[in-house]
Design a protein around this ligand. Structure first.
Ligand code: HEM
Length: 382
């Protein structure tokens, strides 16, 4: 996919794809202005996606796919729970969960990083925040897989077949979350779900149907992406042994190394918007109603923005990658994802004096998601 991105950046940076009826945008300087104008380039694709009553509820509270003013109001309800200061208080718990998970595989000469750590760590943290039982995490994984099922990766809007495949697991997720919300409504606890039930928007409380999408968004967005950040860190360090050695020698490089992994392997390489009226992007005019694929994965490798864009540099500074998006939809969970990785990676390096990717890795389709579904690692434990 990187060769395709480079070719497109150089030769056809704002490209009309007639086959799928959508635009592709590849350069950093073209992607950023689109993300900065949410009223011209909308996140609400609902008119373009085939209607799907089974999962309608999931969309009602999903503010990632909403525009202002509704987006801003819903986002404000949870934003306080994700500020860097609030998130920092989770550090002891993240450390404890990481240690426990690694205790369970310690000494094994080979283990799957996804099953051992990269999946259960973020899902445990977000499930605890929301107050849903961590023991159900196998279920959450089924739902996350369903949401990520996209048989036609070139296509922005899922087709009817893939929508149908997603419907059953998403229906289950909605039922599960509704039951959770009802339980908290009856007996509130100290968790985000109870806070959402109690919250007011314009003097009104959210109804259960809205809270479902909200909680579902946090649950899914809150773990699968961080899972890939952890696997991507292992993949990058394996690919660049010099960087791995430097990182082992100097742990103060962890934050900038993680930013470089985020730049180099953006978990979601593509964001979608729809033009609300005719609008210029680069030298082209996008007609109203048409979809844009914003390839942040490509923008992150744009030589016009990043010096030595093709080099993996764990000391890169500044590193204004677009992996968490840009503008009003900038990832709400970025402080949490960064903290989880900044805690887990050094612990992993401390406990494994040698760690290399073994045979049998299963990677996602890089056009949809950068990361591993399965990542066997050969380890020497300290
Ligand atoms: C939004 C990426 C972790 C919750 C976004 C967006 C991106 C992104 C690119 C913007 C989408 C758009 O503009 O259309 C990532 C990556 C992560 C990560 C790469 C990990 C490495 C998390 C975590 C949480 C989370 C841990 C939850 C706690 C959200 C939410 C939004 C969002 C709620 C919607 C924000 C809005 O629309 O205002 N994320 N995310 N993300 N992310 Fe993340």
């Amino acid at each position: 996919v990187r060769d395709w991105w480079r070719w497109m950046r150089d030769n056809d940076p704002v490209n009309w794809d007639g086959r799928y009826g959508a635009w592709h945008v590849f350069r950093y300087a073209d992607v950023v202005p689109v993300l900065a104008e949410p009223l011209i380039f909308s996140s609400d694709l609902s008119e373009l996606v085939p209607p799907q009553p089974e999962v309608e509820l999931f969309n009602r509270g999903n503010f990632a796919r909403m525009d202002p003013p509704r987006h801003d109001k819903l986002r404000r309800l949870v934003s306080r729970a994700f500020t860097p200061r609030v998130v920092a208080d989770l550090a002891p718990r993240i450390t404890a969960v990481t240690q426990e998970l690694l205790d369970a595989v310690a000494g094994e000469p080979e283990f799957d990083l996804v099953t051992a750590l990269a999946y259960p760590l973020p899902v445990t943290v977000i499930a605890e925040l929301l107050g849903v039982p961590t023991s159900d995490r196998a279920l959450f994984r089924t739902w996350a897989d369903a949401l990520l099922t996209q048989p036609l990766p070139d296509r922005m809007v899922p087709d009817e077949e893939s929508m149908r495949l997603r419907a059953a697991p998403l229906g289950d997720m909605i039922d599960y979350l509704l039951a959770h919300i009802r339980a908290r409504r009856a007996a509130p606890r100290d968790d985000l779900t109870s806070q959402l039930i109690a919250a007011e928007v314009d003097g009104e409380r959210l109804v259960d149907d809205e809270i479902v999408g909200f909680v579902g968004l946090l649950l899914i967005a809150g773990h699968i992406t961080t899972t890939t950040l952890l696997t991507n860190t292992a993949l990058s360090l394996d690919e660049h042994p010099d960087a791995a050695r430097d990182l082992r020698a100097d742990r103060s490089l962890v934050p900038s190394a993680l930013e470089e992994v985020l730049r180099d392997r953006a978990p979601f390489p593509r964001l979608a918007r729809v033009a609300m009226h005719d609008a210029a992007v680069g030298t082209r005019t996008i007609p109203a109603g048409q979809i844009l694929n914003l390839w942040i994965g490509s923008a992150n490798h744009d030589e016009r923005e990043f010096r030595d864009a093709g080099t993996f540099d764990i000391r890169r500074h500044p590193n204004p990658h677009l992996t968490f998006g840009h503008g009003i939809h900038f990832c709400l969970g970025a402080p949490l994802a960064r903290l989880e990785a900044a805690i887990a990676v050094p612990i992993l390096l401390d406990r494994c004096t040698d760690l290399v990717v073994a045979d049998g890795a299963e990677l996602f389709d890089a056009r949809v998601m950068a990361g591993a579904r399965r990542l066997p690692m050969a380890a020497v434990w300290s």
